[in-house]
Write a protein that binds this ligand. Sequence first.
Ligand code: HEM
Length: 502
Amino acid sequence: MSPLILSFPEISTFLLLIPPLTIIFLVYNYSLKSPPLPPGPFRWPIVGNLFQIGPNPHMTLARFAKMYGPDLFSFKLGTKLVIVGSTPAAAMAILKTHDRSLCARFVPQVAPSKCQKKYDSTIGWVDECNESWKNLRTFTRTELFSGKAINSQALIRDKKVNETVNHVAKHMQGKEVKVREIAFGAVLNMMGNILVSKDMIEQSNESLKGELCEIMNKITDVASSPNISDFYPILSPFDLQNLRKRSMELFDRSCQLWEAIVKERKASETSSPSPPDFLDSLIQNGHSTVDINNIFMELFGAGTETSSSMVEWTMAELIKNPRCMKIVQEELAREIDQDKAVKDSDLPKLTYLQACVKETLRLHPVGPLLLPHRAIETCTVMNYTIPKGSQILVNVWAIGRDPSLWEDACVFKPERFVNSCLDFKGNDFEYFPFGSGRRMCPGMPMAAKHIPLIVAAFIHSFDWSLPQGKTLNDIDMSEKYGIAMRMEKTLLLVPKAKINII
Ligand code: HEM
């Protein structure tokens, strides 16, 4: 038999081999063309790595990065593929080089934009960086966050921080106070007066009261709860934990609050404040009442919890580090007369205090994993495939504590930011607590004023001591992961006015 002529059994064997050989060829060919997924832990069927993440995902993911990374690794939350970047190189690849492909948002099921049919007046919870997102970011940048706008808000900041100090001196001296709550009231009223020329909270007597405060605390709880609908979108119509229902109820309640203010302003031109505020700009720009409700809820939500938590963390670090506290006190005494209130215009002179805030943001960034991004399209990042639709996290917390980048990485050492050009403006990929790129925090210039001003006023006006019987070791620096990372046990301190400041 000629070697080129096959017998029937040989032909049939050959035909049988064609399909598996084709598959092997295609898989091999595909794997040559497209790089693999980032490595990661073994994924269990159905649940993936859901039960391995725990209550502090930023810490677990930092551990995973050491095992499977360091740059990029992947894991699964239910059906969701998640990719995590944990080094400056990975952060730069995600937030700069591939920003265009990876700038979409992973929008949680409790976000109002997921629950309402037409909801495009949001910056944070819009899926893709579309025209309305771009317009709203540009509008808020011009009206609220530009250098000119921030300077024009200085008098409001001075007035509200001074009122807070007086309130504490009058009603809280010698008592145990929750530092975060006082800071929250100050930030809320600063923002209230910048946005709608109104105090949002009544700082009456002992405790801070206000419908908005209550609603926002509840929204934070709902938004911070792990939601099964996010891990298995197929289950989202059932809202098994009632989280979306609760979110919508809270959202409706908050809208009623704004509606009254917006209606009053729209009804009467004479009720416009002078100078005009952000609400006037929104109305002039043709925004509907519903749009305005949404925008307010987003700005108050994003701006208050974050800044007040940062004030609490900074005060906790300073109390725990008396050496640093002493330097801050000396700086304040040197730069500002004791009988004068701290003013916004004093901030540029307070370089050590500003370094303390930066150092606190390094150790305790309120968004330790930024906000989740989403891949708009499949792309190759650092020789790995990032499939379309996957969720992208950047572990800014892990980068901020990486011993290969920072000397004494876990020690509070504000000196590292004195005379350093390292800043949080999004250009340094070893330090970016406000993010970087298209989705970077637009409120950064505002937070960069609110936080140091409140801390400076607190320390300039009061001596702060620990509650009776407590020592420095009792200050619990454990972190509670959530929509904004807080201290797990709120900081309780006792203020004593340095002079009669009322
Ligand atoms: C300590 C203070 C703050 C910190 C650390 C912080 C941090 C962040 C971070 C990490 C992001 C996500 C960036 C990303 O996904 O890549 C973000 C987004 C955002 N922040 Fe802030 N933030 C702060 C204060 C504020 C303030 C004061 C406002 C407004 C009044 C604000 C408004 C927003 C908004 C609207 C977004 C969504 C941006 C978008 O998706 O395009 N934040 N912030």
